[in-house]
Design a protein around this ligand. Structure first.
Ligand code: A3P
Length: 343
């Protein structure tokens, strides 16, 4: 492990044990190059280390609006909502510019290491376009964000402890949480969609790695609880995916209040329609389809998958259901966090 070399970064970076790496290699198509950061051992792909300290120290502005989540918790849905409310419901620009550009993802680059970049350049004919894609998705964005005009919209799946420590003194954060069983199912499919993650093993294997904190940006409960602790801060809005599913207008009102925006009944109706799962699936500006031509996505999967709460039931056998209940119960012992039930 590597000590922090005199900089103001408080966390240690550590390697996984060789036996854990060997075990992971059995489940993935190719062994993911994971490292952990800090005492809770948040797990990342190695390239993240290039930017971990820059992110932690990134200068913030009062107009910044972050959407922070554990992945597959409704990030994109919330980003689109926040962006539209903050930009006078400018549907035209929202349709023209993909969410990936309007709302850059802080640590996206960690999924696309040097080998992946090399491979893309070899197999993709239009080299300029390949280089452009590498620039967009495979390079840290903290520097680009430093130079970006205000207001800035920033997406991250980092836990609060790895974002700038005083983030809420300056910037706004919308955090979204979701039932971890649905998150795990969604992450499992996500690992099939993005070829870089390539997880060909059954869901049960995925689930066991997920609850052992061996999937990117786990431990899940630490992630959610860190944000939950901050939920009453005026610059933090804590939402549940289940809340958006149950009553989208109410969730929209919460976000609008948080951003200091008024929404008329007509605007509300249009916004709900725009944010409906059916329309989202067809909306190429939010569904990441622009990546498909580069061979990044697998043919069998889509970013917008089911859009439901409670779908985990058809993936869990009895043993897993009990295991999940116990795991959730154990992790909720020391907190008043509860995931809303939908059905
Ligand atoms: P499923 O895989 O369960 O369908 P993220 O944006 O954080 O990656 O989250 C993706 C999850 O949110 C996916 O879950 C996706 O379908 C769901 N989602 C995205 N937009 C949605 C919408 N408009 N309505 C309902 N669910 C949505």
């Amino acid at each position: 492990s590597e000590q922090n070399g005199g900089s103001n970064f408080p966390y240690e970076k550590e390697e996984l044990k060789p036996e854990v790496r060997a075990e992971l290699a059995k489940y993935y198509a190719s062994e993911p190059d994971f490292v952990t950061v800090g005492p809770k051992k948040y797990i990342f792909l190695r390239p993240y280390l290039e930017d971990v300290e820059n992110v932690y120290h990134m200068p913030l502005r009062p107009s910044d609006v972050f959407v922070v989540t554990y992945q597959r918790s409704g990030t994109t849905w919330t980003q689109e909502l926040v962006w539209l409310l903050a930009n006078d419901l400018d549907y035209e620009t929202a349709a023209k510019i993909p969410i990936t550009e309007r709302y850059p993802f802080l640590e996206l680059f960690m999924f696309f290491n040097k080998e992946w970049q090399q491979d893309l350049l070899e197999r993709y004919e239009d080299k300029d376009k390949a280089l452009d894609l590498i620039e967009k998705i495979a390079k840290p964005v903290s520097e680009r964000l430093r130079l970006a005009p205000s207001p800035r919209f920033i997406k991250s799946h980092l836990p609060m402890c790895l974002l700038p420590p005083k983030i809420l003194d300056t910037a706004k954060v919308v955090y979204v949480a979701r039932d971890p069983r649905d998150v795990a199912v969604s992450c499992y499919h996500h690992s099939k969609l993005f070829k870089v993650l390539d997880f060909p093993s059954p869901f049960k294997d995925f689930w066991n790695l997920f609850i052992r904190n061996l999937f990117t940006e786990t431990p899940f409960f630490e992630h959610v609880k860190e944000a939950w602790e901050l939920k009453d801060h005026p610059n933090m809005l804590f939402l549940f995916y289940e809340e958006l599913i149950k009553d989208l207008p109410a969730a929209i009102r919460r976000v609008a209040d948080f951003l200091g925006k008024e929404v008329t009944p007509e605007q509300m109706a249009r916004l709900c329609d725009h944010l409906s799962f059916e329309n989202f699936k067809k909306n190429d500006s939010v569904n990441y389809e622009e990546l498909r031509e580069y061979g990044v996505l697998s043919a069998e999967e889509k970013f917008m998958r089911k859009g439901k709460a409670g779908g985990w039931r058809s993936y869990f056998d009895e043993e897993m259901t009990e295991q999940a209940e116990k795991w959730i119960e154990d992790n909720l012992k020391d907190t008043d966090l509860r995931f809303p039930t939908v059905n």
